[in-house]
Design a protein around this ligand. Structure first.
Ligand code: SME
Length: 153
């Protein structure tokens, strides 16, 4: 098994079970954010924003306190959400409209969460290192996002 396979298998195993639990979505997102934050090196924030109407609202996360509400189309999160594609930002200072929740953040990746083709939110990771996230991370986190959404209901 590759490191990538075992990372994804570990996430899947962590999130399995609990079908029918009253707060399953919160439980799954909370543990998923903790897993990503613990397992991935050089990450300063890992968590979820959830979509309702024209906004993304702060969901479970690990890291410093963060902005609570982001309009679709705004910041890295709102841009990834409206374009429904992963955005890797090697240097947040070069991203027009980047929303700085933590002034120490230097790079970021945002992956959309889609359920049956509908955007339900985004997965967001930050780092205090420039260029922390690669295309390989994008592929890994897209797979992780699929595992998360598969465990939400
Ligand atoms: N930087 C994000 C805001 C969320 S925080 O990074 C947790 C953005 O520009 O959308």
């Amino acid at each position: 098994m590759t490191d990538r396979d075992s990372f994804i298998a570990g996430l899947s195993s962590l999130l399995s079970g609990g079908e029918g639990d009253p707060f399953r979505m919160m439980t799954v997102l909370a543990n998923a954010s903790a897993y990503l934050f613990e397992r991935l090196p050089d990450v300063s924030w890992a968590g979820f924003y959830l979509r309702r109407g024209g906004y993304l609202y702060l969901g479970p996360f690990q890291g410093k306190v963060a902005c609570t509400k982001i309009a679709l189309g705004k910041g890295v999160c709102g841009t990834a959400a409206i374009q429904e594609r992963t955005i890797v930002v090697p240097d947040v200072h070069q991203f027009p409209g980047h929303i700085a929740c933590d002034s120490a953040s230097r790079s970021e990746i945002v992956v959309p969460l889609l359920v049956d083709g509908t955007l339900i939110g985004v997965l967001d990771l930050d780092s205090t290192s420039l260029g922390r996230f690669t295309g390989e991370d994008a592929s890994l986190l897209e797979k992780a996002a699929q595992v998360v959404t598969a465990h939400l209901s």
